[in-house]
Design a protein around this ligand. Structure first.
Ligand SMILES: C[S@@+](CC[C@H](N)C(=O)[O-])C[C@H]1O[C@@H](n2cnc3c(N)ncnc32)[C@H](O)[C@@H]1O
Length: 234
């Protein structure tokens, strides 16, 4: 498969992001707004995994597409995933080597998710967190979705999707709504849940009240992301 121009754009964008955020604590857990966002997401993910019958995780073969620096894989280890059954892949070598520092026992590979270096049906759970919204090319998104489905065990496997539907401030990303997710994963049952209080709101409000953030997130109207459980209909 030839390299898409969108992958070159993405490589440059992540180099630029690394520079822009080098001295920032936006994505640190010492930042109360980010701590709130991550913990709320973890609550929702754990509930969803249990509801979908994926608990406990120790026996499951799990792949993260677009694992970046490994933050989400570390979360899955803390949820009880077995290091020997946990896999991560990312397009960008510097991000994979950073992940490797934190997760030396996890199998990490540099690869384009359009052609995942894994066998058909290898994984019980394939997760993607904020990868698809960083891809602007519809063809690349379709190929990513197709290969996630290829490596998923049928019929019991689950794809877990966490991504935003709206981010008007960043032209290097494009929000994805449920209708597009359904198009990307035809012949699948999708169970959507709106989560994550929009980060710009959290950043302002958390200084005044954690409880206000918590309650506002429950209202759902200001939530920026979808968590989805996606299962092939066989
Ligand atoms: C916003 S980051 C999210 C990283 C991680 N999932 C997290 O939530 O911390 C998106 C990641 O997707 C990766 N990515 C984008 N397109 C990809 C592709 N075609 N194949 C593999 N990884 C890709 C990027 O390199 C980047 O590390």
């Amino acid at each position: 498969m030839p390299d898409s121009p969108d992958l070159d754009r993405l490589r440059l964008e992540y180099e630029d992001r690394a520079r822009r955020f080098a001295a920032s604590d936006t994505y640190s857990l010492f930042n109360p707004a980010n701590l709130f966002t991550v913990q709320q997401r973890q609550r929702a993910v754990l509930k969803m995994l249990r509801r979908q019958g994926l608990y406990p995780l120790a026996e499951q073969f799990i792949l993260e597409l677009g694992c970046g620096r490994g933050g989400v894989l570390l979360e899955y280890l803390s949820y009880g995933a077995a290091p020997g059954r946990l896999y991560g892949t990312d397009l960008l070598p510097d991000r994979v080597s950073a992940a490797h520092q934190n997760l030396p026992q996890v199998a990490l590979t540099v690869a384009d998710g359009q052609q995942l270096p894994y066998a058909d049906g290898q994984f019980d759970l394939v997760v993607q967190y904020t990868v698809f919204t960083s891809v602007l090319d519809d063809g690349v998104k379709a190929n990513l979705a197709r290969d996630m489905l290829r490596v998923l065990r049928k019929p019991a496997g689950l794809i877990l999707w966490y991504d935003f539907w709206l981010n008007p401030t960043n032209p290097q990303t494009r929000g994805i709504r449920p209708a597009e997710v359904r198009r990307l994963f035809p012949n699948c049952r999708c169970d959507f849940q709106r989560i994550t209080l929009a980060p710009p709101i959290t950043r302002r409000l958390i200084k005044m009240s954690w409880l206000a953030c918590y309650l506002l997130e429950k209202v759902r109207a200001f939530n920026s992301h979808y968590l989805a459980a996606i299962r092939p209909i066989v």
